[in-house]
Design a protein around this ligand. Structure first.
Ligand SMILES: C[S@@+](CC[C@H](N)C(=O)[O-])C[C@H]1O[C@@H](n2cnc3c(N)ncnc32)[C@H](O)[C@@H]1O
Length: 354
């Protein structure tokens, strides 16, 4: 097993693909909107322009509702004329074109019919400082913290570390997740204004379960079948890793467990793990047709993992065909054996008190 450290650089599948295949993430976000609204209702501000940051926006479709809710709540308190800056951040490789197109033309865009709202974007990892200290009133961060800042270890028996049987892989994963969570919190704590709020929503897991077993093992088995057919080598499989994993509540709370319960000037105002939605299974139960379910879940998996798989195969001239083959095999397998996708969502609201 090598300890090759590969920073996470691949964003979501481009050309608006993530926007078209992220209904699961949108449904998860909906569960946090009441809490988010309460945060916007209570954050303190003066006469300054108000600043909302969307950390890890991807292509923007799923940011429209949360940002619109925050704008409405802030303007109900500050007046309809108050200028508001909305800054979307993501990795430099993100498809920002789709984000700006969505702001212009998505019927749900928070820009529709509004004045005095100033959207912009930053293409830089949020493990770096992104704003001058004390600039941000409200931070929204959904479905990103499962991504580690780097691929911490090769995984011999899976592409997702948490589903490996290796204790060493698990140890490396937990260490990386703990470091990333603390660094992310420190960076955001510096950027938030006093009394600012940051809402983070990401894959979570209860103490006794992991979740995602079905879809992650289907992707792994599709890779194994391609190796069996001579399309991929043992070495290819070793290097295709998707550096994502859910977190337990105890791991989320760990940085806050010492002293006065604050970490880097942040306190947890709310934290919980909820069962995640499965829209495709609900539709399958109504119609009995497994194809939309298979397409829906394969599209979701490809939207987030496809670019990382493609970058692992970058030396191969036929990599686009290999990636199509991989997700084609996955879709066929899901259609032949449809199941409910079990997963969990962590919702954490942080308050800048220091
Ligand atoms: C699954 S998408 C979530 C998009 C959107 N927030 C939502 O709720 O659907 C995850 C996003 O996190 C971004 N991301 C991952 N690591 C990041 C990092 N270190 N800095 C900034 N963005 C990151 C990815 O590029 C991707 O666009």
């Amino acid at each position: 097993m090598s300890d090759g450290i590969i920073p996470t650089r691949a964003a979501m599948e481009g050309g608006g693909y993530y926007n078209r295949h992220s209904a699961m993430q949108a449904a998860g976000n909906a569960a946090a909107l009441a809490l988010w609204q309460s945060a916007a209702n209570s954050v303190a501000f003066g006469d300054e322009p108000l600043v909302i940051v969307d950390y890890g926006s991807s292509q923007g479709k799923n940011s429209m509702d949360p940002v619109a809710i925050a704008i409405q709540a802030l303007r109900a308190r500050a007046g309809e004329e108050r200028s508001i800056e909305v800054i979307h951040t993501d990795l430099p490789s993100n498809d920002f074109t789709s984000l700006f197109n969505a702001l212009e033309s998505d019927p749900q865009s928070y820009m529709t019919g509004s004045t005095g709202i100033f959207p912009s974007a930053i293409g830089r990892s949020y493990y770096e400082p992104l704003f001058t200290p004390g600039r941000v009133h409200l931070g929204w961060n959904s479905w990103t913290m499962q991504w580690m800042s780097q691929h911490p270890v090769d995984i011999p028996d899976h592409i997702f570390a948490l589903h490996s049987k290796s204790e060493d892989v698990h140890k490396a994963l937990l260490l990386q997740q703990a470091r990333d969570w603390r660094l992310f919190l420190q960076r955001r704590a510096s950027e938030l204004r006093h009394d600012g709020r940051l809402l983070c929503l990401f894959p979570g897991r209860p103490e006794d379960r992991v979740g995602w077993e079905w879809l992650t093992s289907e992707l792994w088995h599709a890779l194994l079948s391609m190796k069996h057919d001579g399309l991929l080598s043992e070495d290819d499989l070793l290097h295709i890793n998707i550096p994502t994993a859910p977190r337990k509540l105890a791991d989320i709370r760990a940085p806050f467990a010492t002293g006065d319960g604050a970490f880097a000037g942040l306190r947890i105002e709310h934290s919980e793990i909820l069962p995640g939605p499965d829209l495709h299974w609900d539709a399958f139960e109504r119609t009995g047709d497994p194809l939309p379910l298979a397409r829906g879940w394969t599209g979701m998996m490809r939207a987030f993992s496809g670019p990382t798989v493609a970058s692992s195969l970058s030396a191969k001239p036929n990599r686009a065909a290999l990636v199509d083959e991989l997700y084609g095999r996955m879709e066929a397998s899901l259609a032949s054996n449809p199941r409910r996708h079990e997963h969990f969502v962590a919702v954490v609201l942080l308050h800048k008190v220091g």
